[in-house]
Design a protein around this ligand. Structure first.
Ligand code: ADP
Length: 196
């Protein structure tokens, strides 16, 4: 049996910076956000189930999902929100499990980057969980800068996730990303050398 490590954190906490580095080192990394994006493309499993439920109205002229319309349908109605959360959650879990099982055949160690790892209860999948941690003010600043967001929008994105402080006690390793990128990647190298 190989070793599977879950990478998590919060929005703009530095997960991609860590996973880019891991890929450069030759490791396989499953990216849950990229998978969701793929599944929501025309023909993907999430696309299909959403169109079946809401009808063709949620498809834009270019064939892609009309995200603003979808968001307004889902967020204005508690029942639709719960339905969507549950069905999408189940499909994403199944697809992630398939990727995990495939990689387990060939890799002695690999990573899965799952932003909502703790919120969605994925801990049991992993031998180790690494949390990329930043202080709230640093997270806010990096998020606003990277996504060109106003403070209000940044606050609303952050409020959809558990505070990183809360995740600290759940992770097997906490990687501190309050410093510069060299300091971040040095910690990752040390974890990799530690037999992980
Ligand atoms: P995530 O994948 O968790 O959303 P990213 O890796 O994209 O986060 O990092 C968020 C932003 O902060 C990016 O613009 C990234 O370049 C920047 N960043 C990440 N780590 C640092 C750091 N240690 N110092 C300065 N900027 C950083």
């Amino acid at each position: 049996m190989g070793k599977i490590i879950g990478i998590t954190g919060g929005i703009a906490s530095g997960k991609s910076t860590v996973t880019n580095f891991l890929r450069q080192k030759g490791f396989q990394v499953v990216d849950a956000d990229a998978l969701v994006h793929q599944l929501q493309k025309p023909g993907g499993r999430l696309y299909q189930v959403l169109v079946q439920h809401f009808g063709q109205d949620i498809v834009s002229e270019n064939g892609e999902l009309n995200r603003p319309l979808l968001a307004s349908l889902i967020f204005s109605n508690t029942e639709e929100r719960e339905w969507s959360k549950q069905i999408q959650g189940e499909i994403i879990r199944e697809e992630l499990a398939t990727l995990r099982d495939q990689l387990a055949q060939t890799e002695s160690i690999f990573f899965m980057d799952i932003p909502l790892l703790f919120e969605q209860d994925y801990s049991a999948w992993f031998d180790e969980t690494w949390l990329v941690y930043v202080e709230p003010d640093v997270q806010m600043e990096r998020l606003m800068k990277r996504d060109q967001l106003s403070k209000d929008l940044a606050i609303s994105r952050l409020s959809a996730q558990w505070p990183l402080e809360e995740k600290k006690g759940l992770a097997s390793q906490v990687i501190d990303n309050n410093g510069n990128q060299d300091l971040l990647l040095t910690q990752v190298s040390i974890l990799l050398e530690g037999g992980s």
